[in-house]
Design a protein around this ligand. Structure first.
Ligand code: 13P
Length: 346
């Protein structure tokens, strides 16, 4: 029998006031692109050094409740031989793990993808739990175009998300259900809103059908934003109103928390949009915690500051701590642009 109380307790710790999640679960391929952007070779040692810089940032645990790791990272050790899992646990940070196996073309659906990784998942989840993971993530991705996402793509991905979530709960691991409507493209915010609403309706229908306990999971959605190449992109107030409106229509109050992905928004947008959403959520009486589970939104600045140089580790850690601090402030509705100046002052 699944211990729902234990899942609930982990969920509450993950969305604790002022805190959010660091997504550091880039696959080896994605990490290669990130390291390539700063001219660093994609070796296991470089991936370790970069992640060690993040995980050993003193003070980050004030803002980071959990870290989503990748298979390699969950098993990896810091330079001094301490497993990363222990480095995080020693700071009271909960280790989590991405368990999907990435995207694959959806047959018969031009331009659409489905997430793989259900085969053997039950066994992998048991192993991840033994390795110290307490929560998990599965990402489904919906591309937006004139005729997509199709109902077929939405249904197929929603079904897989719920299959995953049910198996994670069975293994005693909190599922983070991530249906991402991709920002890439020239579509307007209206299209993002339609696609997000359709996907969330399908996801919660499937979660109910597959007997997932909503109080023992988290939702990781996109914000409702304009496509990255759209002309006249919507500002934070419109983003916040549309995002909260969509959730109020589709997300049951039993689900404890919404942890946003940053989805390639620049640091500024990821922070100001979160701030506006937190304020709008409070105004609308939103029943769920609203916080962050950012990858790029927390890492872009420290990655560039580090640049692969041991001598830059402390400076990169200050940059990471800064992004954590301002993102936490935004989650609490306390962010001001003046806070960006604090980094240059330290
Ligand atoms: P971004 O915040 O960079 O979108 O990453 C979050 C994530 O986990 C994507 O799957």
């Amino acid at each position: 029998m699944t211990d729902i109380q234990a899942l609930r307790a982990t969920v509450q710790d993950l969305v604790a006031p002022a805190k959010g999640i660091l997504a550091a679960d880039e696959s080896t391929g994605t990490m290669g692109r990130r390291l390539g952007s700063i001219g660093v070779e994609n070796t296991e040692e470089n991936r370790r050094d970069y992640r060690e810089m993040l995980f050993r940032t003193a003070g980050a645990s004030e803002y980071v409740s959990g870290v989503i790791l990748y298979d390699e990272t969950l098993r990896q050790k810091a330079a001094d031989g301490t497993p990363f899992v222990e480095v995080l646990q020693a700071q009271g940070i909960i280790p989590g793990i991405k368990v999907d196996a990435g995207l694959s073309p959806l047959p018969g659906a031009e331009g659409e993808v489905v997430t793989q990784g259900l085969d053997g998942l039950r066994e992998r989840l048991a192993e991840y739990r033994d390795l110290g993971a307490r929560f998990t993530k599965w990402r489904a991705l919906l591309n937006v175009g004139p005729a997509i996402p199709s109902a077929y793509c939405i249904e197929t991905n929603a079904h897989a998300l719920a299959r995953y979530a049910a198996l994670a709960q069975e293994a005693g691991l909190v599922p983070i259900v991530e249906p991402e409507v991709l920002m890439d493209g020239g579509h307007d915010i209206e299209r993002t809103q339609e696609a997000t609403e359709a996907m969330l309706l399908a996801v919660f229908r499937e979660l109910a059908a597959q007997r997932v306990a909503l109080d023992g999971m988290l939702l990781k959605p996109n914000m409702v934003v304009s496509g990255s190449d759209a002309t006249g992109r919507a500002g934070p107030q419109e983003v916040a109103e549309r995002t909260v409106a969509v959730f109020l229509r589709t997300v049951p109050a039993a689900m404890p928390g919404i942890v946003f992905l940053s989805g390639g928004q620049n640091d500024d947008d990821a922070t100001t949009n979160l701030q506006a959403i937190a304020a709008q959520g409070a105004k609308a009486g939103a029943p769920w915690a609203l916080t962050y589970s950012y990858g790029r939104g927390l890492q872009t600045l420290p990655l560039a500051t580090w640049g692969g140089k041991a001598a830059a580790v402390e400076k990169a850690q200050r940059a990471f701590l800064h992004r954590c601090r301002v993102t936490s402030a935004a989650r609490q509705g306390k962010y001001t642009p003046a806070m960006e100046k604090e980094l240059s002052a330290v």
